[in-house]
Design a binder for this molecule. Structure first.
Ligand code: NAP
Length: 324
């Protein structure tokens, strides 16, 4: 394998919204696919089959988990090339499917949880998805005093440890009196578009989220729509950069509305995955795999996994198992 890379025999590949975006071709100029034929998939676990000489952390035969390099590609194959800097040794006590499931979603959840202040009251929009199902648990672990989440599966969110759960099909979470009486310090949007409601929470008409002056923060991992087209720099500015920068600057100065932050939650390095794997092994983190999976590594199996991921209603992670 080339310096900085390892070849792994893939055992599991977890899908994420980014995989659906890449396969759709809607962000092709930024994320690929570069050409056909194309192998999708980016979050993988498996066993090292080859590694460059002088690589200090990895040896042939090591069980590992790795996330994509640049954009998700290459993971839905019997062998895949991973960047060693993004590869972490998998402990024996964590199976390959659960390990693949945290490769990027778990890391994003961990990054968000570590941004919390001790005692924060937190609302997660999208608590049963790939990131949310980990974040509900990690938010509490990293200091939140109260965690609520929206979901169409309130039982799952409660089972994961949320103090309260709101079925967004039945209730408008932004109008709930119990939250207006005791507003949140932080709203974390994993769905997209929540800012338009959050910005109406202001010092003059208190809502469910505190205003910036009182420490209210709105964090999002997504632009206003979860699915978007981006083919040019102008598109990137319109979809991502302009709203994120303008809102950040505007809410920095205007403290009568919550403070906005678009979070890029995929750091380089392998440490976050190691931390998550240790939490899973010690049973402090219960990673959710959608019950329809793990999907078999067949055309029908991979299509079903993609359909589930594209539906935006996966319970936790959609995972393909390459172990027969
Ligand atoms: N910025 C970064 O570094 C970074 C890193 C990782 C992920 N992300 C992004 O973060 C977002 C979340 O990722 P994910 O893996 O958690 O996605 P996911 O597994 O597809 O979860 C989507 C969530 O949205 C909810 N949802 C779907 N339709 C809804 C609706 N109409 N109203 C309210 N809620 C709805 C779902 O809840 P129900 O199933 O209950 O309906 C589910 O909880 C994605 O946009 C992803 O691209 C960004």
């Amino acid at each position: 394998a080339a310096q900085g890379f390892a070849l792994i025999r893939t055992h599991a590949c977890a899908l994420a919204p980014g995989d659906v975006r890449v396969v759709s071709g809607k962000t092709r100029e930024f994320q690929g696919p570069p050409a056909m034929p194309f192998v999708p998939g980016g979050d993988v676990s498996g066993v090292v089959a080859a590694v460059a000489d002088g690589e200090p952390r990895l040896r042939m035969g090591d069980a590992v988990v790795a996330r994509f390099n640049g954009s998700p590609r290459g993971g839905l194959a019997e062998y895949t090339v991973v960047k060693t800097a993004l590869t972490t040794i998998k402990p024996n006590g964590v199976d390959f499917c659960h390990a693949a499931a945290i490769a990027s979603s778990g890391v994003a959840a961990l990054v968000l949880a570590k941004m919390l202040n001790h005692g924060d009251r937190v609302l997660i929009l999208g608590g049963s998805g790939g990131v949310g199902s980990d974040l509900v648990q990690l938010a509490r672990r990293f200091g939140a005093s109260f965690v609520a989440a929206t979901s169409s599966d309130v039982q799952l969110v409660r089972r994961l440890g949320a103090d309260d759960a709101v079925d967004y099909r039945e209730h408008n979470v932004w109008e709930l009196e119990r939250y207006k009486r005791e507003p949140f310090d932080v709203v974390i949007d994993l769905v997209g578009g929540g800012w338009h409601s959050a910005r109406r929470c202001s010092a003059s008409s208190p809502g469910i989220l505190k205003c910036g002056r009182d420490g209210g923060r709105f964090w999002t991992l997504t632009p206003d729509t979860a699915w978007f087209e981006m083919h040019s720099i102008a598109d990137a500015i319109r979809v991502f950069l302009a709203p994120a920068l303008w809102r950040r600057v505007y809410t920095f100065f205007n403290r009568s509305i919550p403070r906005y932050q678009f979070v890029l939650a995929l750091p380089e390095g392998h440490e976050s995955r190691a931390e998550l794997l240790a939490l899973i092994e010690s049973r402090a983190l219960d990673v959710t795999l959608d019950p329809a999976g793990p999907f078999p590594f067949t055309t029908a199996g991979v299509r079903a996994a993609f359909d589930l991921q594209a539906s935006r209603h996966a319970r936790g992670k959609a995972v393909v198992s390459l172990l027969s």
